[in-house]
Design a protein around this ligand. Structure first.
Ligand SMILES: [Zn+2]
Ligand SMILES: [Zn+2]
Length: 365
């Protein structure tokens, strides 16, 4: 892909970046200023000075997981895939549609970049995502093809990649079209990724639950294949772990987060999962046999961790039917210092029976 979208080169003063950052309440995006990108914010961080407990992605090893999970090859592989599928999101525009009082609403219509994190959860060859405003796409609808010279035209072979994040990170399609997802940003000190996905549109989202499913594109066959395989493995391992660790007295619950604090390279943090909120009331048409939930945890996070995937180790003792199939994403830092996730559906299945994947319904979000 060309370099057009690499940096939008906004000239943002430090004062302006700080003003935008102050307009986000307890959520944890990182706002970049010209010459003051994430690496400087990392050094002056006051929430987690020294970032003790933050493990660079390249230094993750199974023995850093708590016992007994560090003995389980499936858990180790699940976390390894969580790390591989985590992306840094750079959002270069703040939508005019952000409602009054919402995160960054004082800066709508402006090109002041902020970063968050997200997780790839699917990739599909030549799958038209049918953007709401144009269902006639027969070729790649990405922002790079939008601006390709007429002779070059749109790429006929491409992959769409689905990413889950928090809605306050990428609010709508207008923002998604200016968003870049950086993969493989794993080396400490590394700020630039050579593997990028280009935002196409927001697919679905939920404002109260603060989750969003957004679509990206890549023209790179190998990247598409790799992400499709890794996300399928992540799902299969999540399902496989259904039958394990269902006694919280024996298996304490933990929340493993992988994110890009301050928009810098990928870090893993681990803490206790301390609370679970059932929020069915937020979802119109919630079914009686399912629970929409949010989690509370002590896992360290910083600005830039918004939207980061959370893997919960262990599970509640709830009639043996609990299914953490879909990973929650990080939402905000509570005044208590603990973290609070966005909402996701935890499907309920009878874990004494074989898992019937066909029994799950299409998600409303
Ligand atoms: Zn920090
Ligand atoms: Zn394209």
């Amino acid at each position: 892909m060309n370099e057009r979208a690499e940096y939008h080169q906004e000239k943002v003063s430090l004062a302006l970046a700080e003003a935008k950052s102050a307009d986000q309440g307890h959520v944890e995006c990182n706002v970049w200023a010209e010459g003051h990108e994430g690496s400087k914010n990392w050094k002056v961080c006051t929430k987690n000075p020294g970032h003790i407990g933050f493990i660079p992605a390249t230094q993750f090893s199974p023995d850093l997981l708590p016992s007994p999970y560090n003995q389980d090859t499936e858990v180790i592989e699940l976390v390894r895939l969580q790390i591989e599928l985590t992306v840094r999101l750079r959002v270069h525009f703040t939508s005019n549609a952000r409602p009054h009082g919402y995160t960054f609403s004082k800066f709508k219509g402006q090109h002041i970049p902020h970063t968050g994190s997200g997780i790839v959860f699917g990739a599909f060859y030549n799958f038209p995502p049918a953007p709401p405003d144009n269902k006639s796409y027969k070729a790649c609808p990405c922002q790079v093809c939008d601006e390709a010279p007429p002779k070059a035209g749109r790429k006929l072979e491409w992959w769409s990649v689905e990413v889950r994040t928090a809605k306050h990170v990428t609010y709508d399609t207008e923002e998604t079209k200016t968003t870049i997802a950086d993969l493989n940003l794993d080396q400490p000190g590394q700020m630039v990724s050579t593997t990028r996905l280009y935002g196409i549109s927001l697919a679905t989202s939920h404002a109260d639950g603060d989750i969003a499913r957004i679509l990206f594109a890549t023209h790179d066959e190998a990247v598409g294949q790799r992400l499709a395989k890794a996300s399928r493995q992540f799902d299969m391992l999540s399902a496989s772990l259904l039958r394990k660790y269902r006694d919280p007295d024996r298996f304490p619950l933990y929340a493993v987060i992988c994110s890009h604090p301050h928009g810098c390279s990928k870090q893993v943090t681990i803490g206790s999962r301390t609370g679970r909120l059932v929020v069915n009331q937020k979802v119109e048409g919630a079914q009686p046999n399912e629970e929409w939930t949010e989690h509370i945890y002590t896992t360290p996070t910083c600005e830039g961790s918004s939207g980061a995937p959370i893997v919960i180790l262990g599970r509640e003792k709830i009639s043996g039917r609990h299914w953490h199939m879909i990973s929650h994403v990080h939402r905000e830092a509570l005044p208590s210092g603990q973290g609070h996730s966005g909402m996701t559906l935890e499907c309920f299945v009878n874990t004494d029976q074989p898992v019937d994947n066909n029994s799950s319904r299409a998600l409303p979000i």
